[in-house]
Design a protein around this ligand. Structure first.
Ligand code: COA
Length: 261
């Protein structure tokens, strides 16, 4: 991989840490960062040894302050539509990769930054973080999924409040409305993100991937499709070695050792 603005590091346990690194521009997502993200997500998707992802921003001020406004200023309608569709497809890779991911929100998560964080499995933030979709203040519509994922996460009324005023909310409010799952001091942000993933990854690997897929399937296709997927996933996992091991370990009062099959 040749990355210009992302530090990519995979630890011995297969957890990939992606640090978006343009702190002087509050880690704004320009074309190069989006292409870096595409490469990183492709690698995470393709490598079985990589089991999970933590996404964060370099520096102490921002996770990501949005799409790079300098690239929007003179764009034509077609160029802007292409930019939006390209970003959406890259973000979708993260959302659908069936590997748990954490947005470790170390500061501003604005516009495309919040949209990126919403594609992660959970969001964990420092108390100083601020989150918002300020696009309407620039006279544009969010372009990386904000109009779709925000209402799914926090409900239509609250989402429209944020989307139409463009006003950011603080981390405590984000946690109160369920946009952020945990608040942690800066010094503990990455270690807590890591321990959340450790807890998830100790569970049955087949079940983890299928739970994520079932949730997506229902949110995308409605409850009937989601329930059908859930029943199929239940059947598949109930007949798996992981299920034998998990149930045996429970009865033998020991920790399970899952093989992922
Ligand atoms: N795109 C491009 N550059 C950005 C940016 C963005 N989304 N967000 C911040 N920057 C740049 C600023 O232009 C500035 O660069 P400069 O030092 O070369 O002038 C630098 O990052 C620091 O930002 P600054 O605005 O000076 O910091 P601040 O603390 O005063 O304000 C924010 C922080 C996040 C409130 C403010 O930067 C902001 O509103 N950013 C835009 C958010 C947005 O609208 N995102 C959606 C874009 S579609």
């Amino acid at each position: 991989m040749s990355l210009s603005h992302i530090h990519f590091h995979v630890d011995d346990d297969g957890i990939a840490l992606l640090t978006i690194n343009r702190p002087e521009k509050l880690n704004a997502l320009n074309h190069a960062v989006i292409e870096d993200l595409r490469q990183c997500f492709g690698r995470v998707q393709g490598e079985t040894l990589i089991r999970a992802v933590i996404l964060t921003g370099a520096g102490e001020r921002a996770f990501v302050a949005g799409a790079d406004i300098s690239e929007l200023a003179d764009a034509t309608a077609i160029q802007a539509e292409v930019l939006s569709a390209r970003g959406q497809s890259v973000f979708r890779m993260l959302e659908t990769m069936r590997k748990p991911s954490v947005a470790a929100i170390n500061g501003y998560a604005m516009g495309g930054g919040l949209e990126l964080a919403m594609c992660c499995t959970v969001r964990i933030a420092v108390p100083e973080a601020r989150l918002g979709q300020p696009e309407v203040k620039l006279g544009i519509v969010p372009g990386y999924g904000g109009t779709q994922r925000l209402p799914r996460l926090i409900g239509k009324g609250r989402a429209l409040d944020m989307l139409l005023t463009g006003d950011p909310i603080d981390a405590a409010e984000a946690q109160r409305i369920g946009l952020v799952s945990y608040l942690k001091p800066r010094a503990e942000l990455l270690s807590f993100s890591r321990s959340w993933l450790d807890k998830v990854l100790a569970n049955g690997p087949l079940a983890i991937g299928l739970v994520m897929q079932a949730v997506e399937s229902g949110l995308d296709g409605g409850i009937a499709a989601g329930l059908q997927f859930e029943a199929a996933g239940f059947g598949l996992t109930a007949a798996s070695d992981d299920c034998r091991e998990g149930t045996r370990a429970f009865l033998e009062k020991r920790k399970p050792v899952f093989a992922g099959r």
